[in-house]
Design a protein around this ligand. Structure first.
Ligand SMILES: Cc1ncc(COP(=O)(O)O)c(C=O)c1O
Length: 383
């Protein structure tokens, strides 16, 4: 398909060729269910495919003891976050988060608030960054049962001081849950290195996998304190009418997205062989080119950071000459694909001062070319 895809913060595109090939191969040549057959070659192949992907994820995300059993597959990070928050937080508990969160965090928290969970939102600065000393002040004054925060903003790309937050959470004994939607596959991450209670990921962004994949990397003691959101058949303990406590079955009822797992597994191989440093370096180069062009453009207001330090290549802008919805529409007519509006993150836009109008979000990816960046800048300037 023609077009200049600059909406990689929503989902990365194109995917590496090997992803579609692996999915096709599963559907055409494999196709058995997982743990729900016999010991036929087909059944064993599927079981190995799933285990293999768990092993890769546990290693990639620095899982505790690299244990593949502490990896849960979900359909996306929204499900991952819901599994963790709704399974752990009970009425009377208190949760803390930041003002830069996506609704994947905010909506479950607000729903839980309606059921008696206390929710505190720490305000970030005008570039969307959490100030660790603000967090420390809050944690030292009130006892919280859980903290949840994104590693980077899907609106302005600001990377949060996750290491500082992890240290503070460890100091005050608060389990920390990370939303890595915008950084997984680009920045290095280690669940055990950071001491995270749960690292939530989505497969279809920086990990380059297909939509419909995601998961959780658990700290084992925390996982034992979380109730499963969904219960049902696991292909194991079929004599029991109660959900098994064993991992990974506890949080994985129903047939998983097996073609998706095949694609994600191939995508992880691609990310590993390409290397995070190369991926991040490429995204930074493109970001620098786009940012310097936008900063030179008269009548364009950029929100968030105005340099490339501590950020992802995600740029929210408004222009004097048209609202961001009109800009996106006009740009798409000449093939430039972006995303206007509020990006499922009203609180983040409030923090950046772009609520309620939102912004035009431009997010190049690993496969974007320099000429697409230049073409976009020229097109935006000529609208
Ligand atoms: C920071 C952040 N969290 C959560 C999500 C939700 O991701 P998904 O739709 O894959 O569940 C997104 C998607 O844009 C995101 O950027």
């Amino acid at each position: 398909m023609d077009g200049h895809y600059l909406n990689n913060a929503a989902t990365t595109w194109p995917k590496p060729e090997c992803v579609a090939e692996a999915m096709r191969s599963f559907l055409v040549r494999g196709g058995a269910n997982s743990s729900r057959g016999s010991s036929s070659e087909r059944d064993m192949k599927t079981m190995n495919l799933v285990l293999d992907c768990r092993i890769k994820l546990a290693e990639f995300f620095g899982g505790y003891d690299s244990d593949p059993m502490l990896v849960t597959f979900t359909a996306n990070i929204t499900e991952s976050i819901n599994v963790v928050l709704r399974g752990f937080l009970k009425p009377g508990m208190r949760a803390i988060t930041t003002s830069m969160e996506h609704n994947a965090v905010m909506r479950p928290l607000r729903a839980l608030e309606g059921k008696g969970v206390g929710v505190k939102v720490v305000m970030c600065d005008s570039e969307g960054r959490l100030d660790p000393s603000e967090l420390e002040r809050e944690l030292s004054g009130t006892k919280y049962d859980l903290m949840v925060m994104s590693h980077a903003s899907n609106v302005c790309g600001t990377v949060q001081p996750l290491e500082d937050a992890a240290e503070l959470c460890a100091k005050f004994g608060v389990p920390l849950v990370a939303d890595t939607a915008q950084t997984a596959g680009v920045l290095p991450l280690s669940a055990s290195g950071l001491g995270l209670s749960a690292l939530c990921f989505t497969g279809h962004k920086g990990l380059m996998g297909p939509q419909g994949t995601g998961g959780i990397i658990w700290e084992p003691e925390f996982a034992s304190r979380v109730e499963p959101l969904i219960t049902g058949g696991t292909g194991s303990y079929s004599h029991l009418e109660y959900q098994p406590e064993d991992m990974p079955d506890k949080f994985e009822s129903g047939t998983p997205n097996l073609p998706g797992i095949a694609g994600l597994s191939a995508a992880l191989d691609w990310v590993k062989s390409t290397g995070l440093a190369r991926i991040a370096g490429r995204e930074r180069e493109l970001g620098e080119r786009l940012l310097s062009g936008l900063l030179r453009m008269k009548g364009v207001t950029l929100s968030g950071k105005r340099n490339m330090n501590g950020r992802m290549s995600v740029f929210p802008l408004n222009a004097d000459w048209a609202d961001n919805g009109t800009l996106a529409d006009r740009l798409s007519r000449s093939g430039y694909e972006t995303r206007p509006g509020l990006h499922c993150a009203p609180s983040a836009h409030r923090t950046l001062g772009t609520f309620p109008q939102g912004a035009l979000r431009v997010s190049p990816g690993y496969f974007t070319t320099e000429s697409e960046i230049d073409g976009f800048l020229e097109e935006l300037g000529s609208l």
